[in-house]
Write a protein that binds this ligand. Structure first.
Ligand code: MG
Length: 395
């Protein structure tokens, strides 16, 4: 029985029918979708009593063209409650977008992104792997690595931030010690429970930092403004920053007016207008650009440019995934200059499985990610690790 989704798609887009771009010599002819569950070494809990995450639902995408080039990408939300996305939604979004993407030139990334936006409102997490796979093809077509196409490598090695789930201070310090073994010197510690426990976590973890180490505190939307103000003002003597303290930008702004620490905006950064508001209203000094959440490298690149022009600190991360996702992250992250880049993340360090051979893509080397110099993404998954496709769309 053929996998669900196999079938012909018809190009019914206005631009294609009208002949715009008809001189292009490359067309996307097939979209192949793979689904992989990615078990974590250890179940992970986000603040706010959200369900444990013990496995991620990842979608790996292959785009084929009539020029013989193949692009790869991955889209992997961090469970269904981190943001407004989930794995099955990624694959449903790709099914919705396939008729728009098929037949297009993968090298015309802004045009393709505009077409996806006209065809489907929002759903950035479904558009992201389609966009990244097109970047992979553009890189191969030009013989250039993505970091060159994205503006050029400005930082040789990007620090990887650890990811420390909320727990007792002792347990969080144990996890930090494990990450020290991987070379990590930047730590993202999750907080967001009651006032006394959060203050205790912040003080004990900050006191345990070794020379050259930095810890910041990620609330993942768990505080109401009054709760955040109580905690942050209780540690106003500590030179730390906080990430995504409240659920909305309005709440983060309320909190900002009551406190003095720098703030990073993560989950609320989905679009360029979001970033403009963060900067205009002084809600945060740092942004965490998550490629999957913002719709791919094309849109993440715009966010990077505006953040740098505004003098903001920048984190570049993915929402989850294997080395395929981390490699796209590494390409963009290394284009951010040393004075602005704070760090990245390597979800692969949390997984019991991999999608590619060890020589593929960006790996954790002494706590840093370095983008490959091969043309394109520089990461090709291993067919034996993907299993059969769950959907194929073609013309
Ligand atoms: Mg965060």
């Amino acid at each position: 029985m053929p996998p669900a989704g196999i079938g012909a798609c018809h190009r019914d887009d206005y631009e294609l029918q009208s002949g715009i771009g008809s001189d292009a010599r490359m067309h996307i002819t097939r979209i192949t979708v793979f689904h992989r569950d990615l078990p974590l070494y250890k179940p992970y809990r986000l603040p706010g009593d959200r369900p444990l995450v013990d496995s991620l639902d990842s979608t790996i995408l292959r785009l084929d063209t009539d020029a013989g080039l193949t692009g790869w990408a991955e889209g992997c939300p961090w469970g269904p409650t981190y943001g407004a996305s989930h794995g099955r939604g990624t694959r449903a979004g790709i099914a919705e977008l396939a008729p728009v993407v098929l037949g297009r030139d993968p090298r015309q990334l802004d045009t393709l992104g505009d077409a996806m936006d006209r065809a489907l409102l929002g759903h950035h997490h479904a558009k992201s792997p389609l966009d990244i796979a097109c970047w992979d093809i553009l890189g191969q077509a030009t013989g250039l690595p993505l970091h060159t196409l994205l503006g050029g490598r400005a930082t040789a090695r990007v620090p990887i931030a650890s990811s420390i789930p909320i727990d007792s201070p002792a347990a969080m310090l144990d996890t930090i010690e494990r990450y020290r073994g991987l070379g990590c010197r930047l730590h993202s510690a999750k907080i967001g429970s009651d006032h006394a426990a959060d203050v205790d976590r912040i003080r004990r973890l900050t006191a345990a930092m070794q020379p050259g180490e930095v810890s910041f505190f990620d609330v993942n939307r768990a505080w109401q403004p009054h709760q955040g103000a109580a905690v942050m003002n209780a540690v106003r003597d500590l030179p730390v920053f906080f990430e995504q303290p409240c659920a909305t930008l309005d709440q983060c702004l309320q909190l900002r007016r009551l406190t003095c620490h720098p703030v990073s905006i993560d989950e609320n950064l989905e679009t360029l207008p979001d970033l403009l508001r963060v900067q205009r209203d002084g809600i945060g000094e740092i942004v965490n650009i998550k490629i999957n959440r913002v719709g791919g490298l094309t849109k993440a690149r715009r966010l990077r440019d505006v953040a740098l022009a505004a003098g903001m600190g920048v984190l570049v991360m993915e929402t989850g995934g294997t080395v395929l996702a981390d490699t796209a992250t590494a390409h963009l992250a290394c284009t951010v200059p040393p004075g602005a880049i704070i760090g990245s993340w390597a979800c692969q360090d949390l997984l019991t499985v991999d999608s590619a051979a060890p020589d593929q893509g960006a790996r954790n080397v002494d706590g840093h990610l370095s983008a490959p110099d091969r043309p394109g993404l520089g990461c090709v998954p291993d067919a034996d690790r993907l299993g059969p496709p769950v959907a194929v769309y073609e013309i």
